[in-house]
Structures are given as structure tokens and as C-alpha cells.
Design a protein around this ligand. Sequence first.
Ligand code: ADP
Length: 646
Amino acid sequence: MSKATKKFETEVQQLLDLVIHSLYSNKDIFLRELISNASDAIDKVRFESYSSEAILEGNAEWRIKLVPDKAAGTITIRDNGIGMTMEEVEENIGTIARSGTRAFMENIRGKDLKEHPELIGQFGVGFYSSFMVADRVTMVTRKGGHDTGSGCRWESTGDGSYTIEECDKESRGTDVVLHLKEEMREYLEEWRIRSIVKKYSDYVQYPIVMDITRSEPAKGADGKVIEGGGEIEKTVEETLNSMKAIWTRPKSEISEEEYEEFYKHISHDFEKPLKTIHYAVEGVSEFKAILYIPSHRPIDLFTREHKRGVHLYVKRVFITDNCEALLPDYLRFMKGVVDSSDLPLNVSREILQEDVQIKRIEKNLVTKVLATLAEMKEKTPEDYLKFYKEFGPVLKEGVHFDFANREKLQELVLFESSKSEPGVFVSLKEYVERMPEGQQEIYFITGTSREAVENSPHLEILRKKDYEVLFMLDPVDEWVTQGLTEYGGKKLKAADRGDLELGTEEEKKAEEAKREESAKQYKELLEFIGETLKDRVKEVRLSGRLTDSACCLVADQYGLNANMERILKAMNQEVPESKRILELNPDHPIMQVLAKLYGEDKESARLGDYSELLYDQALLTEGSPIKDPLRFTRLVSELMVKAAKG
Ligand code: ADP
């Protein structure tokens, strides 16, 4: 293929413009990013070589070479990693492959990103960070195991387009050549490169090398300096990093900064982590782990594209960075490394899923993470809250799925409530501790927003009794409530389901008697409304939960509530036909008016209209759409006209 000039995708160009013009006060990190990519590429070829040795081409002396060239004004980052085919270059460099990132770029205006550069850390700019220091970047790469004529040369000045062409490349791997901007020539200096590598990439497992030329006095064959022999130049390849895997070192010797840098290296996050956990396990299962809780959630956490972030090593050899079996889904936000001494080196990714050793490690990691979270909640509640706001909705999935750890998880979940200010959370323990006397159950309501549930008529009687109601506002809460049915011997009860049956036995009896009385009074009317609405509601009955509103809809104990219906629809799932119950407030003046109307003229068309209006009102107050808004407004207008006329 001859040389082709192609345009960057719009979003890539936006990203590049940001990188070039407005991001990062710290330009040094371009080197960390490129070294990380090189090290990842070596990880990959090393792993692939276990199943296919040909890919190595006899070249397994891993190294990342930095080549500054003062005359040309370039610095090259060279690796003998896996390399890329031309298609892979196009896929990885010219486009934004992850649709989560794309959607994010589309949604957010450039302006916001400039003001909040930390946002960009959420997806990392990796390779593109080269353009912070270079006005032209050339990449020459060849995939391992492919012939030497199938190399690919990619080049761009970062202003809208790039060129791509086939080329020869002898050795496997990738060269990234940065043509440094005039004012960035400091990155050619040996001391500058040394200090950046030491600071950001010291623990990289592979040697990061550079040719160092020193002049020294000429020596004779006997090794002695020749008087007046002048100076000669000598070049040696020096390794700049210690390569010491950070997790193998004792905790006491690792500084906070080193932990942070390692986190940034493996997570591609630009912010520091919220919490670091470093520990070793000996015995039946032996492994070392460094786990990090990030300080913010990645944008793709809830998409299928989200990749796991705990890397698996076996005896210091990288195996995979996406091992799903290492932690359950509800802890998928964790980053870090696990280095096992028990697994075989040639373990395949498929086998990992079923491996008993991995299962043991998983169990141990989960226990450790949950214990750390419990401790955080207790000792540094501000940090825990920060964590919870970012990852609470994910952690909560565990309440549903991880039966074995449910007890621990229910101590970790928090909710807003009718007695908390917006943004203030309450734990189940606190809830139970402050329950007023006489309250038997833990009440909750699910919904899409605080505003939507706060004013829900379903809470009227609970509020009157001064009972607190937990607000469950995340979609996952519908599943949480299926798993979490009891806490501390108290049942959890949905405010919009079934009968509420509040108070002591005596109070319940009195309430029951009162309702029976009203039921007699309104019997025929209820039947009439039930008949009118029979296609839409399962039953019409008098309510024990309303004090102010005229009506509301409730699900029966096991039926679908409005929120669940909304969620299923949003997930494009088939929503099973399920009718709810229309509850009417016997103490509301509307009831007397209706009863009077019914008593006077059972055939009145108005009765039917009013029944419809009641049903629509109930839908509107819970935030559900009504079927025929036109008819609704017509009826309301007619009523207004009538009322105005007196
Ligand atoms: P990230 O590293 O966060 O995925 P980059 O933009 O830095 O993002 O790189 C995009 C992709 O390009 C990488 O995921 C990798 O597949 C590929 N890539 C980048 N640098 C190299 C390299 N030196 N060798 C092989 N592949 C590379």
C-alpha cells in the first residue's frame, strides 16, 4: 500500500487540541505514558510467546530503549514488544475505540475539560500526550511473527490528519520518534531523562536503557592512564530503572509517592488513589497484592467496555490485566496487582476462570477489601463518603449477588432518607438506632430522584408518624431490596407496596375498624370506580397511608412498582403486564363529593370522568406518564370553568 493521508476522527482531534493547547502543567509525563505503552507491549508478547514461540523471533531480551538525538532534535522510545499491524495502528491511534470515551467527548464541551483537566484522567490520553512536547510524531512498528516487509509507518503533526504507509522493519516492536518542539529540547538532556525515568517508571519490570557516552583519559593496554594521551569517548548502555517490582518490597521502604506513581502506571489515572492496600498472604495460597481504591469512577464503569484493573502476575511475570475471576463484579473498580506463587506460568486465560487457586485468592481479596472499607467507614468517614459517592452503586450490586458477604455488605451500604439533607447518607445501623418507639419495620421507597420520592403520597402516613424512610435512588436499588429483606431482625418494607400496617397491635385494630366502617360507606362507589378502571387497575381500595393526597397507586407485595417498570423499560426489557392497586383516601373531601354524586345519579357521565382523573392524578404524582394527556387537560379545564361559574 502506498502512503495514505487520513483524517483523525473528530473526537480524536478534539482530544489532541486539548492536549496540545491546554492540558497538563506537567509535561514530563509524556515519557511515563510512552514507557507504559512499551512495557504493556512487552507484557503482551511475553504472554503470547507461552503459546506460540515463533512470535519471539529469537528476540527475548526485553528492553525499552530511549534514544535522544541532539542533532536531529528527536527522542525515540523503542521497544521489542508485540508491535502492531497496520490495522491495529489505525484502530488504536486514529480512532477512539471505546464508545464510552467517545460519548464522553461528545457530551462534554472543550471548555469544561480545560477547566477540569482531571476529567481527562478518566480516560487517559496515553500516546497522544506525545503532542505536548513534540510538533511531529513518527511511529514505526511491526507485529511479532509477521514478515519484515509488513511494518507500518505512521506520522502526524497533530493538526487534523496523519499519514500511514507500509514499510520494512527488521526488528519486532515499536519505535516512537518525537520531533521535539524548539522549547522542549531539554528532554534531550541525559540528566532530565534520568530523573523522569527514576521518578515515574523506576519499577517498570523491563530495563529502560539509554546509551551514555562519557569521555575519559586514554588508557594503555595495562589499564594505566597514558600521560598526554588525551581523552577518548566511550559509550555504554546503561539501565536507568531499578526494575524492582514494588509489591515485592517491604511496605516500610515504599514511600507514598512510589505507591502513587505505581498506581498511575497501572491504572492510567492521573489522579492519586483514595486508598492503598498492600499485603501478603502465606499458607495454602501464597500471593502478594497491592490494591488501590481509585478516587473517582471511570466513565465506562457501567458499560461492557469497562476493563478490570487488577493485573495478575505469576512469580513476577505478567499474565493478564483483565482477569475477571480475580474480583467479583461489584468490586470491578479496584486497581492493582496480584502476584501469585502457586499458579503455573503457562496458565491460560480461559483456565483462570475456573482455577481453584484463583478462587482462593478472590475470596481473600474480597475479605480484605470489605474489611478495609469497613475500617474506612469507621475511622475516616469523609473518605468513605467520597468512596461511596463514586462507587456505592457498584458496591451495592454485591448485596444482591454475594450472598456469603451480605452481612458485611449491608453494614457498608448508605442511603439518603426523609430525615437527611440531600447528599447526607444514613447507614442501616444508624437508621435502626434512631427508630422511634413503636416502629417495627425499616421503610424505604425506590425512585429516580430525591425530588420524585420526597413528595410521594406514599410517605404521608409515615411522615405523620415521624418514621424515617430510606430513599433508594439508584437503579440497582431495586435489586438491592430483593437481596436485603431484613436488617438487625427488622424487615425492610417498601412504602409503595402492599399494606403498611403501622403501629402497635391496638392501633392496627383501631385503624382496621375505621377502614371497615369507611369501606361500608363507600362500598358501591369503590365498585363503580373499580369497574370503570378495570383495564388499568387490579383493585380499588381505601388507603391507610394517605393523609393529604386523594389517591395513589401501590404495587401488591410481589408485583412491579413504577420504578422497576421504568428501569426495565429503559433496559429495553419486556415489561410483564402487571396492574397495580388504586388506593383512595377515605378522609379526602373528594370522596364525599363523589359519594354524593353517585348517590344522586349513578349514571352521571361525570362519575366516569372523575374516576379517570383520579387515576391520572395518581400516575402524575409518582412521575409516570398518563395515557391521554389531551383528555386529562380537557377534563381539568371543564372543571375549572364549572368551578369559576360556581
Ligand atoms: P492506552 O495505553 O490507554 O490504551 P494509548 O493511546 O496510549 O492508550 O494507546 C492506545 C493503544 O495503542 C494501546 O492500548 C495499544 O494497544 C496500542 N499501543 C500504543 N503504544 C504501543 C506500543 N508501544 N506497542 C504496541 N502497541 C501500542
